[in-house]
Structure formats: structure tokens, C-alpha cells
Design a protein around this ligand. Structure first.
Ligand SMILES: Nc1ncnc2c1ncn2[C@@H]1O[C@H](COP(=O)(O)OP(=O)(O)OP(=O)(O)O)[C@@H](O)[C@H]1O
Length: 272
């Protein structure tokens, strides 16, 4: 396993989290996307896979208090609060889809905002830690975030979330729109954060690469769990191979278009 490998991340005393999600329901108004979803997110790196519209982002939004949820969510045995700032205080941070940085602010200012819940006296130390963990950002500390490349911006978004030293970090499609080399770098960062003791829950469309760095995975389709297990086994499973890997790879981007793959799989199943 990878945690024997040395890693450059230092996190300032945070402890890993175990998140138990039981019979979770969540959606938008009367439209329930997730019903009775049960997941066990243990220390390490867990990836949630599935086609567009499966409910992956909805899951992260519900766990981050951005939309109401039903069911039980326990963080290290304690019920997760409902409000976002209380969830952050309890030790869970989200890097949302699309990063949502402040483009007119510098890298350093974006990081400072990530530390809004950290006592003022501790912030310089957290900032120093962020720059140690992400040396590329130190060189860019005074650059406006909006002028950075997609991969660099994603790195700022991850570093910003790490400013509050979360016990559990949620990443929503960190590799979206990035060149293959940056995808590898970002997924490598997610792995190192997990190795350094922060539990990572990551939503990804880049199935093959995500399973290569993850410990465990869950596969959602239309809000339902269709497969789960150790990442290595999932990568070899028929469901994953047929729906997401192999011939379904987009030759232009090297990524797997899961939505098309599932649609094709369903067509084939109907035709048979
Ligand atoms: N704000 C919203 N209001 C109403 N419905 C929404 C809203 N956001 C998402 N949905 C719907 O909820 C369902 C699940 O969407 P969600 O974004 O969770 O999927 P996803 O698995 O993250 O897909 P993607 O990879 O496209 O982000 C979809 O049918 C979507 O249209």
C-alpha cells in the first residue's frame, strides 16, 4: 500500500475521519436525486464514480450542508451538523466543482479566505504550511488567481480547502478540463493528502486514473449504488470495464465519457 511512501504534506495535527452515511436522501425541492444511500467512507482515498447526472455532486453538496439532507451522517461517531460553517468546524471541507476561486484576488488572498475559521494568530503558520505543501503556489503567491491555468487554479482551490486542516476533504471532479499531465498531478496530490492522514472523498469522471490512486470506490447510477469495493477490484470488475473503461475511452482527451458509455451499455442491453 502507498502509505509507506514518504510524502511532503504536513497537516498540523488533524486526525483522519470516518464518515458513515446511512439512508441518505437529498435533492432539489420535490425532486429527490438520492434515496436511501448508504456509504462507509473510511480513512484513505474513496472515489465516487458514475455518469453525468448520477448524483455525485448532489452527494457532496448534501454532505457539505449546501442542500438539505435526510438520513443519518456520522463523522467519527458524531452526528454531522446541518449548517455549512458548522460542518467546516467539525472538520469537513469541500473543493467544489469549477473551483470557485476569487479571480480578482491573489493566490495568497484566496488562501487566507480559506482560513477564515482558523484563529487569526494561527493563519500565518497555516499559510506557510500551504506553501510547503504546494511549492508551486509560493512562487505564485501574488499572482491573481483568475490569470492562472486550470490546473494551477485547482491546486489553489485544494490548498485553500486545506487551510482549515480538515479531517475529511471532499473533491468534486478535480481533474475536470485539465491536460493529462495536470490530471496526474492533481490526483497525486489527492493521494498524498490521504496518505498524510486526511480522509479524502473524491468525485471523478476520469475512471481509470481515479481507480489507480484510490483505495476504495463507489459507483452511482441515477442516484443508486450499483457497485462498490476496493479500487483494484473495481478496476477489474465487469461493470466498470464494460461501462467505463477500454473501448469507451475518448481518444482526444484520454478520459472516459461515462455517460456515453452507460448509454451505450443500456442500448446494447435493450437490443439483446
Ligand atoms: N440545482 C439543481 N436544481 C434541480 N436539479 C438539479 C440541480 N442540480 C442538479 N440537479 C439534478 O440532479 C441530478 C443529479 O445531478 P448531479 O449534479 O448531482 O450529478 P453528477 O453525478 O454530479 O453529474 P455531473 O458529472 O454532470 O456533475 C441531475 O438530474 C440534475 O439535473
Amino acid at each position: 500500500m502507498m502509505w509507506h511512501r514518504p510524502h511532503p504534506f504536513t497537516l498540523g495535527g488533524s486526525t483522519s475521519a470516518h464518515l458513515k452515511v446511512e439512508n441518505l436522501s437529498a435533492g432539489y425541492g420535490a425532486f429527490l436525486v438520492l434515496r436511501d444511500l448508504t456509504l462507509d467512507i473510511r480513512p484513505g482515498l474513496t472515489v465516487v464514480l458514475g455518469p453525468n447526472g448520477a448524483g455525485k455532486t448532489t452527494l457532496l453538496k448534501a454532505l457539505n450542508g449546501l442542500i438539505p439532507r435526510g438520513g443519518n451522517v456520522l463523522l467519527n461517531g458524531e452526528e454531522l451538523p446541518e449548517k455549512t460553517h458548522e460542518i467546516v468546524q467539525a472538520g469537513m471541507a469541500l473543493v467544489p466543482e469549477g473551483r470557485q476561486l476569487f479571480p480578482q484576488l491573489t493566490v495568497a488572498e484566496n488562501l487566507e479566505l480559506g482560513g477564515w475559521l482558523v484563529p487569526k494568530a494561527e493563519r500565518p503558520q497555516r499559510m506557510e504550511q500551504a506553501f510547503t505543501n504546494f511549492p508551486k503556489l509560493r512562487e505564485r503567491a501574488s499572482q491573481l488567481a483568475g490569470t492562472m491555468s486550470g490546473g494551477e487554479q485547482q491546486m489553489v482551490a485544494v490548498a485553500r480547502a486545506m487551510m482549515c486542516a480538515p479531517r475529511l476533504l471532499m473533491l468534486d471532479e478535480p481533474s475536470l478540463g485539465l491536460a493529462p499531465k495536470m490530471v496526474d498531478e492533481l490526483l497525486g496530490i489527492a493521494r498524498r493528502i490521504a496518505d498524510a492522514g486526511t480522509t479524502v472523498l473524491m468525485v471523478e469522471q476520469n475512471v481509470k486514473k481515479a481507480l489507480a490512486v484510490a483505495d476504495r470506490g463507489y459507483v452511482l447510477e441515477r442516484g443508486n449504488l450499483v457497485a462498490s469495493g476496493p479500487a483494484k477490484l473495481l478496476a477489474r470488475s465487469t461493470v466498470i470495464r464494460e461501462a467505463y473503461l477500454g473501448a469507451d475511452k475518448d481518444p482526444a482527451t484520454g478520459t472516459t465519457n461515462a455517460a456515453d458509455a452507460v448509454a451505450r451499455r443500456k442500448k446494447t442491453a435493450t437490443a439483446a
